[in-house]
Design a protein around this ligand. Structure first.
Ligand code: SF4
Length: 242
């Protein structure tokens, strides 16, 4: 699974030179999960992350390369939840190392989708997440009560790592939280969009789209993403035209 590697490298490059806070939490560090979504009312909220008018981005990238993702980690660029005083920019980026996905491409695609859905099964107490997949944003309302109890990105990251690793194909998960004002959130959204296109193209390929690149609407993606054409010609019509 090397299709997303260049996006992982571009993501890492966005933070080059910055020193993140870094944790390798275990499941005991996880915040209490309510098992279902909770409504945090505005009057009970301390602040919102990634609200309208603020930078916001959310995406997941996959690799099978242990040099790109080699351990379970939470990284934080910017202030932690306990230090934030008002509405702020916010991104959550997840890098997953997956295994045994190279044999059957249909299994690969279904597995990637299953893994992505893990993000809808994380319900930390006092941390209400609203996602807008069509705009690649994620907004979080954090309750005053959770702040009093000491909620932190280390704990929330542990919840996500636990949720992703429920899928046996996920070997390692790196959860990156970004709250630093003034970073390139627009570029993060562009990377999110590209990741979505890669996954979408993968679907079309696996649905048996004709393999004629000269008339294919997805040519832009395949020209840019290393390994996409090889994948298509490997699983589709062997008489493909480039
Ligand atoms: S490899 Fe060519 S035919 Fe296949 S999806 Fe990409 S551009 Fe289209």
């Amino acid at each position: 699974m090397e299709l997303y590697n260049s996006l992982i490298k571009e993501t890492r490059a966005l933070f080059e030179g910055a020193a993140p806070k870094t944790w390798e939490p275990g499941s005991r560090d996880a915040w209490k999960d309510l098992g279902a979504s909770e409504l945090v009312l505005q009057k009970d909220a301390a602040f919102e992350l990634g609200a309208q008018g603020k930078g916001s981005a959310n995406y997941v990238l996959f690799t099978s390369n242990p040099e790109l993702v080699g351990k379970d980690q939470v990284l934080l660029y910017g202030p932690d939840l306990g230090q934030i005083r008002g509405e702020t920019d916010f991104a959550r980026i997840v890098l997953l190392r997956v295994g045994v996905l190279d044999e059957d491409d249909e299994v690969v695609y279904r597995t990637l989708k299953d893994i992505e859905f893990a993000k809808y099964h994380v319900y930390p107490e006092g941390y209400m997440v609203r996602m807008s997949p069509e705009s690649y944003r994620e907004q979080v309302r954090v309750s005053k009560a959770a702040l009093k109890k000491g909620i932190s990105f280390k704990a929330i990251g542990a919840n996500y790592i636990e949720a992703y690793k429920k899928n046996p194909n996920v070997l390692n998960a790196v959860v990156i939280f970004v709250t630093q004002p003034g970073l390139d959130y627009k570029k993060m959204q562009d990377l999110a969009k590209m990741a979505n296109k890669v996954t979408g193209t993968l679907t079309h390929i696996l649905e048996g789209l004709p393999t004629d690149c000269s008339v294919c609407a997805l040519k832009d993606v395949c020209d840019e993403v290393e390994g996409m054409k090889e994948l298509h010609f490997g699983v589709g019509d062997k008489g493909a035209k480039h």
